[in-house]
Design a protein around this ligand. Sequence first.
Ligand code: SF4
Ligand code: SF4
Length: 162
Amino acid sequence: MNKEYKKYIQSALSRRKENKRVVHRLKKMKPALLNKLINNMHAEAFEIIDCLECANCCSSISPAVTDNDISKISKHLRKKPNKVVQEYMLLDNDKDYVMNRTPCPFLMLDNCCSIYDSRPLACKGYPHTDHNKMHQILQLTLRNTEVCPAVCYIFERLNSIK
Ligand code: SF4
Ligand code: SF4
């Protein structure tokens, strides 16, 4: 991850209390307005943040991988689903499949994903700030300030609105 993006994460970590207060405030907003506010900031964030300069999600956390994802990956790799599971997955405490290591086994040195067109749905959606049910994922979004500089940017913007 480039230095500038690391600073976003460090700054969000130092503002944990303020960010918790922001979440508390956002919970009181009407769902449609909340979606619009955060979805617009998401678009703004990704105008200045380039995932290929970052890859911190792929390097440090794993997506949940569904059976449907496994089937797509197995076609992409031309390997049987059980081989894909054996080679790349493990079951977490919630009994969901996740990648068996971080950085993700499909992350390449240039920060591209080697199975990009067949990547899990959770990867496609991350960091979920263009979601249309933001009310339901506010706590998750707050936790994502520890991983994603774009989410940190969004929280900086939210903090500036009083
Ligand atoms: S599958 Fe691709 S997009 Fe998903 S975590 Fe791995 S490298 Fe990243
Ligand atoms: S989604 Fe966030 S953490 Fe993942 S690569 Fe893009 S900016 Fe980085």
